[in-house]
Design a protein around this ligand. Structure first.
Ligand code: FAS
Ligand code: PHB
Length: 397
């Protein structure tokens, strides 16, 4: 088989790239290791920045998102038993975020790809990438016991943190930066009305908690838990009891509990690969970087990588220019490191670290108290949370 772009990985990055390239008349094949149902079964992100919303519209798959997505103009911070609202809309001159689950975004992209009859190979085994340091790279895989080969001009490594593409880059050409956090997030999804109309980020003496949602009838909650915890050790009742202990009186009164429809523990890490380009192979999304989910950046960073990669590939074919692909890594990494910094900072501020001295939580509460009472403090949280403009900092270069 021959195509212009071989996309390894059929998660949100791969699907969004495939859809944008299709709209630009560029052929791409997606090779995905698991089934489509398995991809849809992963419960992950929930918050879209305006840049991601715009990209879904540009890809022509934004209709259901606008119909079912919930526009949120603020978030709440709960610490010291008190809530403080961060008015995202006012502090950023009208910007908001949208609650729309990654599962739904992935479903919209999958359905659009299938409706357009675009080639996606699911349950591809032993995927390998070859000769990406040449102008004739190719991808091989096995399907139904047969070896297959896709010759292409470019390979898009959209295969996530555990994928094959980053792992195939020459060690001498890659630098990886990593910080692993000493705790995880226990997430629970339930068909219960959210405890609050906006998200609540909680810094409590018992640890971090987050009250999020997927719709007016479906809630998503997270508890910071030790890395040694196993999800099967957490009954629904134990989860709800612990969440109540971390909430305020109003939260305890308003919380509607119910049976979980999904429960999982995710580890937290900050991770960045430099560079993101290896000849004709490009890393996008979690294949190139991971953020702790505190800042709701993971999916949104993946979307902007995809935008920059799409723009670069279109420029290559339409304008016969390699300027975009040569600048891809630099453009992405500027944005990635700003989001990594915000996610790390917000994680440090809201979580209890093992062996923290008592004074550390006093520092955290003092910093939160300052931020909530300072116009510039509130603004710094708001402008990072809604997502910095794509050209942020460009004028100063
Ligand atoms: P993904 O990992 O989603 O997709 C990569 C795809 O590549 C997968 O389908 C995988 O099966 C496939 N693949 C892997 N190896 C392959 C191979 N060798 N060959 C072919 N295919 C291969 N972000 C937020 O913003 N908020 C959150 O709350 C949040 N929670 C998260 C919870 C968890 C447990 C995880 C792991 C991530 C979370 N994230 C969150 C981040 C997440 O949303 C990612 O940013 C998002 O999935 C990135 O999408 P992709 O880059 O497509 O990577
Ligand atoms: C979610 O709804 O899954 C979510 C929301 C905000 C975050 C992380 C996760 O910071």
């Amino acid at each position: 088989m021959r195509t212009q772009v071989a996309i390894v990985g059929g998660g949100p990055s791969g699907l969004l790239l495939g859809q944008l390239l299709h709209k630009a008349g560029i052929d791409a094949v997606i090779v995905e290791r698991v089934s489509g149902d398995y991809v849809l079964g992963r419960i992950r992100a929930g918050i879209l920045e305006q840049v991601s919303i715009d990209l879904m519209d540009e890809a022509g798959v934004g209709a259901r998102m606008h119909k079912e997505g919930l526009v949120h103009e603020g978030i709440e911070m709960l610490f010291g038993g008190e809530r403080h609202r961060v008015d995202l809309n006012k502090l950023t001159g009208g910007k908001n975020v949208m609650v729309y689950g990654q599962t739904e975004l992935t479903r919209d992209l999958m359905e659009a790809r299938s409706a357009a009859g675009l080639p996606t190979v699911y349950e591809a085994q032993n995927v390998r990438v070859h000769e990406f340091d040449s102008t004739h790279p190719y991808v091989t895989y096995e399907k139904n016991g047969k070896s297959e080969r896709i010759d292409c001009d470019f390979i898009a490594g959209c295969d996530g943190f555990h994928g094959v593409c980053r792992a195939s880059a020459p060690r001498s050409a890659i630098k990886e930066y990593e910080k692993v956090y000493p705790f995880g997030w226990l997430g629970l999804l339930a068909d219960t009305p959210p405890v609050n109309h906006e998200l609540i980020y909680v810094n409590s003496p018992r640890g971090f908690a987050l009250c999020s949602q997927r719709s007016a009838t479906r809630s998503r909650y997270y508890l910071q838990v030790p890395l040694t915890d196993k999800v099967e050790e957490w009954t629904d009742d134990a989860f709800w009891q612990e969440l109540k202990l971390r909430l305020d009186d109003k939260g305890r009164r308003d919380l509607v509990t119910g049976p979980s429809i999904e429960k999982s523990i995710a580890p937290l890490r900050s991770f960045v690969t430099e560079p993101l380009r290896f000849g004709r192979m490009f890393l996008a999304g979690d294949a190139g970087h991971i953020v702790p989910p505190t800042g709701a950046k993971g999916l949104n960073l993946a979307a902007t990588d995809v935008k920059f990669l799409h723009d670069a590939i279109v420029e290559f074919y339409k304008d016969k220019s390699e300027a975009g692909i040569d600048d891809y890594s630099r453009k992405c990494l500027g944005r990635i490191w700003r989001a990594e910094r915000f996610s790390w900072w917000f994680t440090q501020l809201m979580h209890r670290f093992p062996h923290d001295e008592a004074i550390t939580s006093k520092f955290q509460n003092a910093e939160l108290d300052y931020l909530m009472n300072s116009e510039s403090g509130l603004k710094t949280i708001a402008e990072n949370y809604v997502g910095l403009p794509l050209d942020f900092g460009a004028s100063k270069r």
